[in-house]
Design a protein around this ligand. Structure first.
Ligand code: HEM
Length: 128
């Protein structure tokens, strides 16, 4: 079954962040460094993916800006992105398959790669 509704996206997003929280590398960035308010963050993530995958204009925010804020507190490095993608794809594959699911993987990889390079540049420019 492929992703086709907001409820489908919620399933993926909630499962993904359950795993993120328990991940030794990524969990502390949310729990300890950013002290993420999950009641706010999870609906924002569902809006984000609904906009990308289902074409509803629900997300109008500054994704890169949010991550520059993270990156200034804890440098976001290659291994963080590799793990993020691994967990995201596992959450997708657990519940869904098809064109929209594959598009989610493709878009996540593209955004992660752009983000990785931007954070790398910022970290290289920053005086030690
Ligand atoms: C190294 C990998 C990543 C880490 C550690 C990370 C971490 C974070 C953190 C800490 C937040 C802020 C949560 C809060 O409000 O407290 C956030 C927000 C967000 N992340 Fe990531 N992220 C990563 C990769 C990605 C990727 C690859 C995407 C997209 C495909 C993404 C999409 C978003 C979005 C849409 C938000 C919401 C920003 C807003 O407030 O509008 N993240 N992320």
């Amino acid at each position: 079954m492929d992703i086709s509704t907001r409820q489908d996206i919620e399933k993926v997003v909630y499962h993904f962040y359950d795993n993120i929280m328990q991940d030794p590398d990524l969990g502390p960035i949310f729990l300890d460094v950013m002290k993420t308010d999950w009641n706010k963050h999870l609906p924002i993530m569902c809006d984000f993916w609904e906009t990308i995958l289902l074409g509803r204009q629900a997300y109008v925010r500054d994704t890169m800006g949010a991550h520059f804020n993270v990156n200034r507190k804890v440098p976001m490095l290659d291994h963080h992105f590799t793990r993020w993608i691994e967990l995201f794809e596992a959450s997708l594959d657990l519940h869904f398959s098809g064109d929209v699911t594959e598009n989610a993987k493709k878009r996540a990889r593209t955004i992660a790669e752009v983000m990785r390079v931007k954070m790398f540049q910022e970290n290289s420019d920053r005086p030690m």
